[in-house]
Design a protein around this ligand. Structure first.
Ligand code: S6P
Length: 579
């Protein structure tokens, strides 16, 4: 079965050879599909069923959770990017409740706990029991729980376990499944140590949802610009949907006003258009950052509060998406963990990549900055990043106008800040948004719109920069880590697609690459997928080696030598496939 979220987007088939401005143009066109639809599937703006489901979930939250927030919880949970966005949403929604004097009742769960907010912990994604345990722990002592399980591909066993647990305990839990494939495409492969597949769980929830005891919110937004990179469109849609559901709740609870989900969704579309109006400048930022990476430089995002988090999330996704090192792209936030607001608090002790404050930036990074490095500052007028030592690094300022500032003046460049190489003044159309959702709700939610705009820009920078250094072939990230079920199956599809081999041939080539053998023995073919993943997880270049072996029918040693001679994976693969 071809999963839409794992598919290849026609718009980006040649993104690997596009110039930086065209890269941004192609990303804009892909993001447009979120709102206008893909294939026969309507987009967020014209899919009545989606708008209705959003309203139903919001109403359920009001009646079931907010009637007594002391004894209730909204839990948002997911793996990788889905878990990070759940964290970001919980943090921002709790702030709004506290601001209105209401007990905060949003919590997040991420597979692999808070460490996974910064570094990918893909193995936990495959474990339904780990999911159930985490859910039980967080809900202890609470009577009513609205659970939102986010899995873009409708695939993560971690989330399947939690949904199933909710359905086993209907007196306490209302389950919601959020993802971006049709239900029939939910993953139907066996889950280790469990007797159900994701599809079984989704079908069970589908039945329950007919009685209003659960919900499935799964708009189809089309394939990702880089195949399978669900941090991009799916991540964006996750953020939009969560914020649209709870904008309705906050509007009713706090402002005592009705709000239409369609108008909120239209605001996001307005912001998408305004953001990509700046494609030319964003393209220049991509070019500058990519050029730096090409010469061994780094990209650093600096931002206050939630804008710092947008940068940090974007950075944390680069190792699993592009095989980047944890040092290539990093993000920093004012006041470190104090501002970050995660469940486990300060986890600096986990290692140097968990040193996230501006102070840490000045201590660890500033002394070694060179002109190959790019420092990207994300700020609004009220949340300006203070002068930090950036040495010879290229500095890029991305400035947003505050909605709440009466005279809407631009962010001024802080005194002594080294002359910025590029300044991007984002003039978001607040007047249009105000017409759509009114001044009161916009005052409460405008920062979410700034965040989505910065997410689009950061995603474009990190994706574009990695395309420029040859990490992508066509629109596929070939050097994908084989570190969980989803990625194992993605690896096989990549080999099948590019070499034209059968599924069995592709899997055999992968097994050869994992076990470093030229012809897999019966014993190796008998190993379980989990055993292969455990061995492949710490390995480099598993998929490129398998791909060359399958294409050239050569030995593993020869495939490795080809890659040694041509370390830019894209060039090595292109040379070999053109033979
Ligand atoms: C995707 C990212 C991954 C996914 C994670 C969860 O760009 O690298 O970490 O977020 O695998 O996927 P899903 O489909 O369950 O949301």
């Amino acid at each position: 079965m071809k999963y839409i979220t794992e598919g290849s987007n026609n718009i980006t088939l040649d993104i690997d050879v596009a110039d930086s401005k065209s890269i941004v143009g192609k990303l804009a066109a892909c993001d447009n599909e979120i709102f206008t639809g893909w294939g026969d599937h309507g987009g967020l703006l014209d899919n009545i069923h989606i708008a209705e489901t959003i309203d139903e979930i919001a109403n359920k939250a009001i009646g079931f959770i907010f009637k007594d927030p002391e004894t209730s919880l909204v839990v948002m949970s997911g793996c990788g990017t889905s878990g990070r966005l759940a964290f970001m949403a919980a943090r921002s929604f709790n702030e709004k409740l506290r601001g209105a004097g209401i007990t905060d009742c949003f919590r997040y769960i991420i597979a692999g706990k808070d460490k996974a907010l910064f570094t990918s912990q893909e193995a936990y994604e495959d474990d339904p029991h780990h999911g159930i345990d985490a859910l039980k722990e967080i809900c202890a002592g609470k009577q009513n729980v609205l659970y939102i399980g986010i899995t873009c591909g409708l695939s993560a066993p971690f989330v399947a376990g939690q949904l199933d647990y909710c359905m086993d305990n209907p007196n306490r839990f209302i389950p919601v499944l959020m993802g971006f494939n049709p239900i029939e495409m939910a993953r139907d492969i066996p889950i280790r140590n469990w007797d159900k597949t994701f599809l079984d769980v989704a079908r069970r929830l589908e039945t329950l949802s007919k009685a209003g005891d659960g919900y499935i919110l799964n708009p189809v937004v089309g394939p990702e610009p880089i195949s399978g990179s669900s941090r991009m469109k799916s991540g964006t849609t996750t953020k939009i949907l969560l914020e649209t559901i709870f904008a309705q709740c906050f509007s009713k609870l706090i402002l005592k006003q009705k709000c239409s989900s369609k108008s909120v969704l239209n605001c996001y579309e307005t912001i998408r258009k305004a953001t990509y109006k700046q494609s030319e400048k964003i393209g220049s930022i991509v070019a500058m950052s990519g050029e730096g990476l090409k010469h061994g430089g780094h990209i650093y995002y600096l931002g206050m509060g939630s804008l710092g988090i947008v940068g940090m999330i974007d950075a944390s996704e680069c190792p699993p998406t592009f095989g980047a090192t944890l040092d290539d792209i990093r993000g920093f936030i004012n006041n470190g963990f104090e501002a970050f607001g995660n469940e486990e608090g300060d986890i600096t002790h986990m290692g140097r990549h968990f040193r996230i404050s501006f102070r840490n930036f000045e201590q660890d990074i500033s002394p070694n900055l060179s002109n190959k490095d790019t420092v990207i500052v994300l700020q609004t007028q009220d949340n300006q990043v203070p002068n930090l030592k950036t040495g010879n690094a290229k500095t890029i300022l991305i400035n947003y106008k505050d909605y709440t500032k009466p005279n809407n003046t631009q962010v001024s460049q802080p005194h002594d800040w080294p002359k910025a190489s590029i300044t991007l003044n984002m003039d978001l159309p607040w007047d249009e948004c105000e017409e759509l959702i009114g001044a009161d709700l916009l005052s409460m939610c405008w920062m979410s719109l700034v965040e989505i705009s910065s997410k689009w820009i950061c995603n474009a920078i990190s994706t574009g920069a990695h395309i420029m250094i040859g990490k992508i072939y066509q629109n596929i990230m070939i050097d994908v880590k084989v570190s969980n079920q989803k990625l194992y199956h993605r690896a096989i599809s990549i080999i099948q697609k590019l070499v034209g081999s059968s599924e069995t041939e592709a899997e055999n080539a992968l097994i050869c690459s994992v076990f470093k053998c030229d012809d897999p023995s019966a014993r190796l073919r008998d190993t379980t997928v989990e055993e292969r993943i455990a061995i492949a997880t710490p390995m480099d270049r598993v998929v490129p080696v398998a791909l060359l072996k399958a294409a050239l029918k050569c030995s593993i040693q020869d495939a490795e030598k080809l890659l040694d001679d041509n370390p830019v994976v894209r060039t090595a693969i292109e040379n070999c496939l053109m033979k």
